[in-house]
Design a protein around this ligand. Structure first.
Ligand code: 8YV
Length: 328
């Protein structure tokens, strides 16, 4: 007898190819418009579904999980970061959580390099000149930036994405330094020609560029707080393609305005779309709308990972990308 299809709720519009495949496999509820679900809609979803496919724009906290029905067995997150999900509470309630690591590594690392280059080479300022129609032609002193080759890059968080950033930055001639919860194995360190700093303070004080590549966890919250930001050289640049709350956004904004830090490239923000308005006014700041992993290829591969996690679970096994609280 064919088994009953799992009921799966997807909280956001996904690329067509992913939605089509999900529809073939599951009893699927797709979203009609591309807006995040309201709390009431999310509550309804966790009450009625076997599986929820949320994204970073859904807050799956203890309050929401308390409303979950007995059916809910797996939260198959469409994304790598799971800081919007209370993984420990889900576990207590017998609900598994999985994510999509690996498939957005290269895209996010590419965007990190794009931000480093955009800030140091003043690309948005050049674009603004061209769009204004005011360009008067080449001038020897116009829009001079800084050369990335030879600069010291300090990577905060040397997981998959941090290492992918290191490989790219080395190809641009940057010197690679890193701080991580755990030091890398010597052979990996050697292959990346990366220098490990046990003390984040000491690393921060000596770098030309800082790249944030760690996940958001209670221990990384405001890791770049006002005190630590003050250790940066005034010529330093900071980029963040990880999660906004690793940096104290208000302290960063104050320092950028005061010229105490040379520039910033941000793809993520401490309070989601509620960005410090002063950041938008600064010429030495490049802001992107959380598009680090936004490639069609990446989004489709994320969908494939979600499907593999659900199918494996359906077959009675542990989803390959299960997230457990001890990993966080
Ligand atoms: C994703 C991300 O696109 O995967 C992550 O953690 O930050 C993004 O790049 C997003 O999370 C989708 O849910």
């Amino acid at each position: 007898m064919p088994r009953e299809r799992l009921s799966v709720v997807v909280t956001r519009r996904l690329p067509e190819a992913v939605e089509t495949r999900l529809s073939e496999l599951f009893d699927i509820k797709l979203r009609d418009d591309d807006t995040p679900m309201t709390r009431a809609e999310l509550a309804e979803a966790v009450k009625s579904a076997d599986i929820l496919i949320p994204t970073v724009t859904d807050t799956i906290d203890a309050r929401l999980l308390a409303q979950a029905g007995d059916k809910l067995k797996l939260i198959a997150n469409y994304g790598a970061g799971v800081d919007h999900i209370d993984v420990a509470t889900a576990r207590q309630r017998g609900v598994l959580v999985s994510n999509t690591p690996g498939v957005l590594t290269d895209d996010t690392a590419d965007m990190t390099m794009a931000l480093i280059l955009a800030v140091t080479r003043r690309i948005p300022e050049g674009l603004a000149v061209m769009q204004s129609g005011d360009w008067q032609g080449w001038a020897p002193t116009a829009l001079m930036g800084g050369r990335v080759g030879g600069r010291r890059l300090g990577i905060l968080g040397m997981g998959r994405i941090g290492q992918a950033v290191a490989r790219r930055a080395a190809a641009f001639g940057m010197q690679i330094h890193y701080h991580n919860r755990k030091r890398l194995r010597p052979e990996i360190e050697e292959a990346l020609e990366a220098t490990y700093w046990d003390s984040l303070d000491q690393m921060v004080a000596r770098m030309d560029v800082i790249s944030i590549n760690c996940p958001a966890t209670p221990s990384t919250f405001h890791l770049m707080n006002a005190r630590r930001l003050k250790l940066l050289k005034p010529t330093a640049v900071i980029v963040n393609t990880a999660r906004g709350d690793v940096i104290d956004e208000n302290a960063l904004t104050r320092m950028l305005r005061a010229g105490e830090i040379a520039g910033a490239g941000l793809d993520v923000y401490e309070h989601g779309t509620d960005i410090n308005p002063r950041l938008r006014e600064l010429k030495n700041v490049v802001l992107l709308p959380h598009m680090g992993s936004a490639t069609l290829e990446g989004r489709i591969e994320m969908g494939e990972k979600v499907i593999i996690n659900i199918k494996t679970f359906e077959d009675g096994h542990r989803p390959p990308d299960q997230v457990v609280p001890s990993m966080l």
